[in-house]
Design a protein around this ligand. Sequence first.
Ligand code: SF4
Ligand code: MG
Length: 330
Amino acid sequence: KNLKMHFPIYSGVLRSRTGEVKAVDDISFDVFEGETLGLVGESGCGKSTCGRAVLRLYDITEGTVTIDGIEIGTMDQQTLRGYRPMMQMVFQDPQASLNPRMTVARIISEPLEEHTDLSDVDKLARVHELMDAVGLNRDFANRYPHEFSGGQRQRIGIARALALNPKFIVCDEPIAALDVSIQAQVVNLLEELQDKLGLTYLFISHDLSMVRHIADRVAVMYLGKVVELAPRDALYATPKHPYTEALLSAVPDPDPSVENRKERVILTGDVPSPSNPPQGCNFCTRCPKVMEICKTVDPTTVELAPGHFTACHLYTQTTTMTADNTVAQE
Ligand code: SF4
Ligand code: MG
């Protein structure tokens, strides 16, 4: 709720503080038990930072993070340790996230080492169980990451994330580094594990086709803010925010019948820097539907249909500009 992640910028010889990057700027959302919430947006929009903040891999600047009714946003690292097992992360690049000098068995058992008092025999039994669960041959437990393919390496990463029976997993672009032919296998595995183990996912991706396949609901981020959040089908069929429309218009339609064919929206201009976001709506410098009010007033989030939220002045019809240029809400 109202999550902010602002990072200071230092510059000059004296490295004095000259500004801040608003990587995540006051965003709120729920992830319901057993669902997959897709978090989409272009690179640099703050979605990875958001995923890491939710897991408290960073100290958050402002806001709260509640998991299972427990407020972890402000918890000190010592206390947080006790809650670590329930929330885990699957990283984008399995190559970079696996220690090349460790055997697969060591990698997968690392969290067990850190958080349990299991005997070596029990740890190895658990490693074998996890390797079975992710479809890795347990005879390979003594091998090193480089002896596996990219897809298999991501399976190792997933096994490690599952070691402590988490409830909630942040998957940060889990397939982006994989060959297209392997991507579907890994996504299918994640779905299978979700069903079997009752997992809840925050699935971060820039791949809107993949998110359409895996997510129950989708949140769209632009420049540190969630601009639209909706049930999957509603978002893809009737996007409301001009940015979502533009993103979706670039995705090939699986059923391109003439009447619902989307017109391709080409966005011009660059994404502004999160250290210097525009006044008013963050999207106003690129929005094809920009209005005067957008350049001065940050739109509030409104619920247009049950569970379908967006932050855009096109839908805040009761907002009017008064003569002295301040805004009156009726
Ligand atoms: Fe575009 Fe204005 Fe809506 Fe922002 S508030 S998305 S600039 S129409
Ligand atoms: Mg990222």
